[in-house]
Ligand binder design. Structure first.
Ligand code: MRU
Length: 347
C-alpha cells in the first residue's frame, strides 16, 4: 500500500482505490463528476478523515472544471452548490469541510472563471500532495514514542488507505520500522464495517508488518494479558479541549488502556483539529441498520430487530496520553498545547 495512492487527480479525473472491494481485490475507480465523488464518499469507496478531505477537495475542483458558468458570480454559485453536496455526504470528520473550504477560498481569490478553475484545481492537488508529507512528519514525531520490540494496538484503519499514502496512526508504526525498530501490531477488526480486518490487516500484511487481528471483544483480554504496550489510533475530529472523535469503539480502547496503564496516543494532522466547535456541535454519523444485522452478505440478526449504529464515539482528553501531529506531540492541557501548534495564543 505504501507505494499506492489511495486518491489522486489524473488529468481531469479523480482516481481512487475502491475500498469496498478490499481485501478481495484491489480495484481503481475513476470519476469525472463531483456527484460521482459525493456518492463515493457516502458509500465508503473512499473513507478515513484525511482521504475524504482530499477526495472532497478534488471533487470540488471537478465541479469548477465542469461548470459552464461564464461569469465569476455564476461560477461561485456552482462551486457553492457543489460544496454543499460534497459536505453533506458525511458529517463527523472535519477534514471534509476543511478541504472544501480551501478549494472554495482559492477559487474565490481569483478574478475570472478561467483563473478560478485553475486555482481550484491547483489547490486541490496541493492538498493531496501535502497529505503525504504531513503523514511522514507525523510519523517522525510519533516514532519516538514507540519502543523497540513493543506491541502496538490500533483500531479501525488510520493507514495509507485512510489518507493519500503512508497513514496517520499506521504512519507512526511505519516510521518506527524505518528507525529499525521491530514492532508487532494488534489490529481490532472494527465492527460493523470491519475497517480493521478488511483494511488495516490487509495493508499491514501487504507491507510486511507483523500484524495479528483480534475481535473487538478481545481488547480487554489483550491488554490485561500484557500483550500490548502502546495504543495508537487516528481521529476524525479533535477539539481544542482534546476531545477525540474517532471510529466507534475507540473510547473502549482508551478506557481499557487507562485501566492497564498503557499509553494511548492519537495521530491526527492539523486538518483534523477543530479549534472552533464544542462537544455538542459535533454530529455523530448514524449509519444504516444493514451494517449491523448481517455480515459478509448473510443476515445474522432477526428480522425486524431495532438497531443503533453510531459510526463514531468521543474519547475525553483525560484518557489521551498525547496527540501526535505534523508539528509535534501535544500534551495536556490540550486547550493550551493544541492552539499553540497553529500559532494561536490561547486567550
Ligand atoms: O467511517 P470511516 O471508515 O471513514 O472511518 C473513519 C476512519 O477511518 C477512522 O475513524 C480512523 O481511525 C481515523 S481517519 C485516519
Amino acid at each position: 500500500m505504501e507505494g499506492l495512492l489511495t486518491v489522486r487527480w489524473d488529468d481531469g479525473r479523480v482516481v481512487m482505490i475502491d475500498q469496498t472491494r478490499l481485501p478481495g481485490s484491489l480495484e481503481f475507480v475513476e470519476y469525472s463528476d463531483h456527484l460521482q465523488v459525493a456518492d463515493a464518499i457516502r458509500g465508503l469507496v473512499v473513507r478515513g478523515a484525511p482521504a475524504i478531505g482530499v477526495a472532497g477537495a478534488l471533487g470540488l475542483a471537478l465541479a469548477a472544471r465542469n461548470s459552464t458558468a461564464a461569469t465569476r458570480e455564476a461560477l461561485l454559485d456552482d462551486i457553492e452548490s457543489a460544496r454543499r453536496i460534497l459536505h453533506g455526504t458525511r458529517p463527523t470528520a472535519v477534514n471534509l469541510a476543511w478541504g472544501l473550504g480551501r478549494v472554495a477560498d482559492a477559487a474565490r481569490a481569483a478574478q475570472d472563471p478561467a483563473s478560478m478553475r485553475e486555482a481550484a484545481e491547483a489547490e486541490a492537488k496541493r492538498i493531496a500532495d501535502e497529505d503525504v508529507r504531513i503523514n511522514r512528519a507525523m510519523g517522525r514525531h510519533g516514532a519516538s514514542l514507540i519502543g523497540d520490540g513493543e506491541t502496538v494496538m490500533t483500531h479501525c484503519n488510520a493507514g495509507a488507505l485512510a489518507t493519500v499514502a503512508y497513514g496517520t496512526a499506521l504512519g507512526v508504526i511505519r516510521a518506527a520500522r524505518e528507525d529499525g525498530k521491530k514492532n508487532r501490531v494488534v489490529a481490532t477488526e472494527t465492527r460493523p464495517v470491519q475497517q480493521g480486518s478488511r483494511l488495516t490487516a490487509f495493508e499491514l500484511q501487504h507491507d510486511g508488518f507483523d500484524v495479528s487481528l483480534i475481535p473487538d471483544t478481545a481488547v480487554g483480554y489483550s491488554m490485561a494479558s500484557g500483550m500490548v504496550q502502546k495504543a495508537v489510533v487516528g481521529a476524525d475530529r479533535v477539539l481544542r479541549t482534546g476531545h477525540v472523535f474517532n471510529k466507534i469503539g475507540t473510547y473502549q480502547v482508551a478506557v481499557m488502556a487507562a485501566r492497564h496503564n498503557i499509553p494511548f496516543y492519537v495521530a491526527a494532522p492539523l486538518s483534523t483539529i477543530d479549534l472552533e466547535s464544542g462537544v455538542d456541535d459535533v454530529v455523530i454519523e448514524m449509519r444504516g441498520a444493514g451494517e449491523v444485522t448481517g455480515t459478509g452478505g448473510s443476515r445474522t440478526a432477526p428480522e425486524g430487530i431495532g438497531v443503533v449504529n453510531p459510526a463514531f464515539d468521543m474519547t475525553p482528553p483525560e484518557l489521551v496520553s498525547g496527540i501526535i501531529t505534523e508539528r509535534g506531540v501535544a500534551r495536556a492541557p490540550y486547550e493550551e498545547s493544541l492552539p499553540a501548534l497553529f500559532g494561536v495564543i490561547p486567550s
